[in-house]
Design a protein around this ligand. Sequence first.
Ligand code: FAD
Length: 383
Amino acid sequence: MAEPRHITIVGAGLAGALLATLLAQRGWSVDVYEKRGDPRVQGYAGGRSINLALAERGRHALRMAGGDDEVMAHAVMMRGRMVHFLDGRTDLQRYGKDDSEVIWSVHRGELNLSLLDIAEKAGARLHFHRGLASVDFGHHNAVFRDDRDGSLHDVAFGSLVGADGAGSALRAAMMRERDLGERTEFLGHSYKELEIPPGTDGGFSIEANALHIWPRGRYMCIALPNDEQTFTVTLFLPNEGDPSFATVTNGAQARALFERDFADAVPLIPDLERDFEQNPTGLLATLYLDTWHIDDRAVLLGDAAHAMVPFHGQGMNCAFEDCVALADQLERHADRAAAFAAFQQDRLPNARAIQQMALENYLEMRDRVDDDDYLLQRALERE
Ligand code: FAD
């Protein structure tokens, strides 16, 4: 049934665009369907700078697709964590022995634009305003909805790849066909993004080459640099208790929290009230599945298969690794079902391990990086 070397990808986000590139470069015929419009034409929704930490695992995948140089041209090096203590002191805790062991801050929107460009250059066909609405697995037919006029479009497929993120429509359709063993565990903490604009001289207003952390026990703030000299600040708070998103509900309450607990950040965020009130509050959860594929007809990867909390900065990096692994398995096995099974066998245990590390790192970041014993131990390790 499956047309040889043709694949249909749902979602042209980070994983979808990268997988499309890797497969098209290997001579596959690739169609990608994306719910939203082309961000290269209409710009990014909201227009805010949101950044991600790119690590070596992700860079390796970008190199394989020939996209590393373009992405790195806009990346900002982060040498370590800059811990901001309650009394205003700061301490840079390096990630490695020198600048060969660092991570990079990349702009999510720019990264997606670069990946769409390289996917198209590699020969993938990108279809925008096509949100997966339903799948008839028996007849190998998928229906996509155009969000502009509600029109429905039938697409015959051999195999579908779900790169449509944590709320995956393909996963929901697969669940109607087969029990994938889906479980979602909410963290009980959420997040809000705020912005540090450039300083009065137009440059970064705090150390550029660091991931800043304000650890405060049950909660914390972090800030990652953007190449336009700004920082994206993320405030993580519990959903209940005090303080929490239940007690800090408006700009004035957010300012009071910052003045008490993040005092050195207050002068850096001039639009704190506006950002707090206008930007959405994001939920945090871990998604577990026991099965990522239905024979040769559908497979999931990236957040659609294993969304995780962001505290290890590895969700995208892990999604990129998935793309390399799936492209490799598709080359190795003529039988798609065997390729998807081998992909799952390879990647599912890794994804589980990274999900667990991400949960553990929340405790470390918010609770331990300003602990005296911990600092002493890190200092001894560095000697
Ligand atoms: P997505 O990036 O979500 O892409 C999914 C795509 O599918 C989107 O383009 C969407 O429009 C499209 N789509 C959705 N539904 C449909 C549909 N029905 N039909 C067609 N298309 C559809 N990871 C890191 O590695 N480092 C970090 O520092 C980091 N920080 C993070 C901070 C926060 C606050 C959060 C929430 C996440 C963070 N992550 C980080 C995780 C990272 O964002 C994800 O792991 C990554 O975006 C997953 O890529 P994806 O392509 O699987 O999904």
